[in-house]
Design a protein around this ligand. Structure first.
Ligand SMILES: [Zn+2]
Length: 406
């Protein structure tokens, strides 16, 4: 089975805002969203965990087409968007075999922004960035007025204080269900793990095949196993997702997933998803805020990231005026909106009352292959990454939810 891949122009265009909750009809989002994956799996293994966004995990399970199973393994492949995968399917025999199943041919949606910290917490809690208060790679820390970086939680509110939604892993563990995470040792006690994926046992291993074997062995007991695969994102940022290096990485990931398929006990449910896709940035479309007075004026702080900057305006400055100025400067290269506009459209989903003090006053979503960087505060290398994500295009937003009942 082959996948019909839209033209690149369409893939680099914006998609409609994903709806949050189970009642979103045929639109984007609803159950077909990263936030639904763990609630659906909790129902599939017989221990449904309702969340603030998904009240009926059984309905989410049905909508995603997950069969019941006593043991499930969920794999999150960082940065492996649905269309990134579809465009390189010839390099991935195991993933290609899953595409014979019609249910696997439809992508689901990640959250906005399409970035790791927002998506991991959306996934881990079964909710949305508006509720987890993890709304960008960097965001304002209201207690200091400066920027917090949420991968390492640098200059941030502590993980459990910032992210107060219970995780699905915690809720399952509280029900007496086995939850096992298999990943890199250095992430076992990382602040991002604590914020987004706390709960259960974490088994760290340096070797990728060992992580797969640990996950497969854990799956012998009823419960939920989580396997994290990092390298598609890492190699994408360093060399470009369109590079030969990325293809080699993708081939190794496919081999790891095939090993998982071969190693789990029969009857184990495997679900493979991702936190976001990736676009190849065009250096000619790199806009540096530092170089343009029209972009600097009235802006006190720039958070977010190159595909989704969040602007915090100076005291007394009207965010609508800044948004209008940015909109006319960037033209068709970005969507620009105020926080009020974004929140009323449900971009971040339902909101914790604290989220408003962290989300930018003006939100910018790059379109096409554009990036919007700030050389005053970002390293030169960080402003020139060959592949990036964070925005609201189809290539970044559509993620796989591949089902393999072994
Ligand atoms: Zn990521």
């Amino acid at each position: 089975m082959s996948v019909d891949v839209p033209r690149m122009e369409e893939l680099l265009g914006p998609v409609p805002v994903a709806g949050y909750g189970d009642g979103c009809g045929g639109g984007r989002g609803g159950a077909r969203h990263l936030s639904g994956v763990l609630p659906a799996l909790s129902a599939a293994i017989g221990h449904p965990v309702p969340t603030e966004v998904h009240r009926d995990p059984k309905a989410v399970q049905r909508a995603l087409g997950l069969p019941d199973a006593r043991s499930a393994v969920v794999v999150l492949v960082d940065g492996l968007g649905f269309w990134n995968l579809a465009m390189r399917l010839g390099h991935a025999p195991y993933l290609r075999s899953l595409m014979n199943e019609p249910a696997n041919l439809r992508p689901i949606s990640t959250c906005t922004p399409s970035t790791t910290v927002a998506a991991m917490s959306t996934f881990g809690t079964g909710t949305c960035p508006g509720l987890t208060c993890m709304t960008g790679y960097t965001q304002r820390n209201p207690r200091t007025g400066g920027l917090a970086q949420l991968i390492q939680f640098r200059d941030s509110i502590a993980p459990r204080d910032l992210q107060r939604q219970p995780t699905v892993f915690e809720r399952l563990t509280a029900q007496g269900v086995r939850v096992t995470s298999s990943g890199l040792p250095k992430f076992a006690a990382s602040p991002l793990t604590e914020a987004a994926l706390r709960g259960g046992d974490y088994i760290g291993n340096v070797a990728p095949a060992e992580r797969v074997r640990v996950a497969a062995a854990a799956a012998a007991e009823p419960g939920l196993t989580y396997l994290y695969i990092r390298d598609a994102d890492k190699v994408g940022h360093t060399y470009g997702w369109d590079s030969e290096k990325w293809i080699g990485t993708f081939e190794r990931i496919d081999a790891q997933l095939a090993l998982l398929h071969r190693s789990v006990p029969r009857g184990t449910l495997i679900v493979i998803s991702a936190d976001h896709g990736m676009i190849a940035a065009d250096p000619a479309l790199r806009v540096d805020i530092a170089e343009h007075e029209a972009l600097r004026r009235g802006v006190a702080l720039v958070g977010g990231e190159a595909r989704a900057p969040m602007l915090y305006v100076e005291d007394g400055v009207d965010a609508r005026e800044v948004a209008e100025r940015w909109r006319s400067f960037l033209g068709g290269h970005a969507l620009v909106m105020t926080r009020e506009e974004a929140c009323s459209q449900g971009v971040f989903g339902p909101l914790d009352p604290r989220a408003g003090s962290m989300i930018g006053d003006v939100l910018v979503y790059a379109l096409g292959a554009a990036t919007i960087v700030d050389s005053r505060t970002q390293s030169d290398a960080a402003t020139r990454l060959p592949s990036v994500h964070g925005s609201r295009t189809m290539l970044e937003m559509d993620i796989p939810c591949l089902i393999d009942l072994t």
